[in-house]
Design a protein around this ligand. Sequence first.
Ligand code: SF4
Length: 358
Amino acid sequence: MKHARKRLLDWYRVHKRAMPWRETRDPYAIWISEAMLQQTRVETVIPYWERFLARFPDVHALATADLDDVLGVWAGLGYYSRARNLRAAARMIDEKHAGSLPDDARALQALPGIGRYTAGAVASIAFDRPEPVLDGNVKRVLTRLLGIREDISRPAVIERLWREAAALVQGPHPGDLNQALMELGATICTSRAPRCNDCPVSRFCDARTVGDAHCLPIRARKKTAREVEAVAALVTRRGRALAVRRPSRGLLGGLWDLPGGELAPGETPRAGLTRALRERTGLEIARASAIGIVEHVFTHRRLTLHVYRASTSTDRIRLDGFAGHKWLAARAISSLPHANLTAKALHLLMPPTVRSSD
Ligand code: SF4
């Protein structure tokens, strides 16, 4: 382990990819990068991270920001609970820790949205604490390196991997060591085609010796995504269009959306639209025309969204399952914080050429 550790550190210093958060020691900036990098590619994150830090340069700026502003800067990154948690955690840091991130993993884990991985990453990278990290890349590297041929979806196996990562991180430069493991998994020890000939720790690697690296880690079969059909409509009344706000908790929480809902089993999209709008907004549809279909994949759901343009003459809104609403010019809906799915529906309803003259 000691030799493998040194080789990992030497390799990382030469081969690490340039990333703007690797140029700073500011714990706040490092924390924001770690939150953004969850489930998201580095290239996607870079411009978001730069915009976020320009807009909210420190904990206090984020703690006192309007949630809509935070969601607006986050829009397009997905997994919006991360943005809500960042702001909630910033408020707590501002109040309880005088605006500075705590420097130990346990105190970090007490903050909203910070789990074991993020706490380990921030504590080691920003504060040089010997705390382990275990993300998908580290799991892959460690199972191969140590020849762990058990299902890594089992909690006992995950706990073993945490222990192995904790043993490996002890020593100098724990932050670099963690980043070296993640970097190796991202660039050399990849899932489909590990480049063992270029690997700094190949001589210590069990999977390389056995020749089964491409079979590791072992995972039980993943559940297939649930197929869901839903409807959404640009509903207008006297030249204004309706936007509804999702409740702050749950998928896409706090974001603005077009009204609609999931179809019941066997229901046609047109019937579902009438029912969903009646039940969820209290509106009766006078006219509706189908505009097209949007497909979107969430982690556990594959959504087919039937998009309509509809009109209503009902005045009174009665919301059920939404946290707020606005009547506004149709083109103004896209300036509210909204998810990628809503952006796709708006694009269908108002293609850019139409939107600019709308
Ligand atoms: Fe991964 Fe191959 Fe390196 Fe082993 S030798 S850690 S399988 S890249």
